[in-house]
Write a protein of this length. Structure first.
Length: 133
């Protein structure tokens, strides 16, 4: 928990120190799981985006934003429709940038492949959607 607290303090300071950003809130999910439905902090953040309270989300890494490929991409499309950009600190990447679109597609496909491999899913004769942003 100390690591999480230190990480949140660091990120909050980064936001407060930026001249064009305003800190709104910290949204956390301690036991997140793979689905957005099991993440109350994430769902509250999305509600705040839809209410117009947020126009930029600052997150540590792509991998922390979403674990399920389809949830991840649907959320990013939803945010884009709301004109809410996302900054991924570890990757130094904004969602709305051209590099962001390419790298997010790559990371999502790679991560989904790792999830499928690590869970020993049997993939014979199955059709899985290709996740492209």
């Amino acid at each position: 928990m100390n690591s999480l607290s230190a990480q949140m303090d660091f990120q909050k300071e980064e936001i407060l120190d930026h001249p064009h950003w305003k800190y709104i809130d910290t949204y956390t999910d301690i036991k997140s799981g793979r689905s957005i439905n099991s993440r109350p902090g994430f769902k509250q953040m999305m509600a705040d985006c839809e209410e117009g309270k947020i126009d930029l989300i600052y997150t540590k890494a792509i991998s922390r934003f979403g674990r399920n490929c389809m949830d991840f991409l649907m959320t990013l499309r939803r945010l884009k429709g709301l004109q809410v950009d996302v900054f991924f600190q570890n990757e130094n990447l904004f969602l709305f940038s051209e590099a962001g679109k390419f790298l997010l597609t790559f990371h999502t496909g790679h991560r989904q492949n790792n999830i499928l491999s690590s869970n020993n899913f049997l993939l014979h004769n199955k059709v899985f959607p290709l996740c492209l942003y």
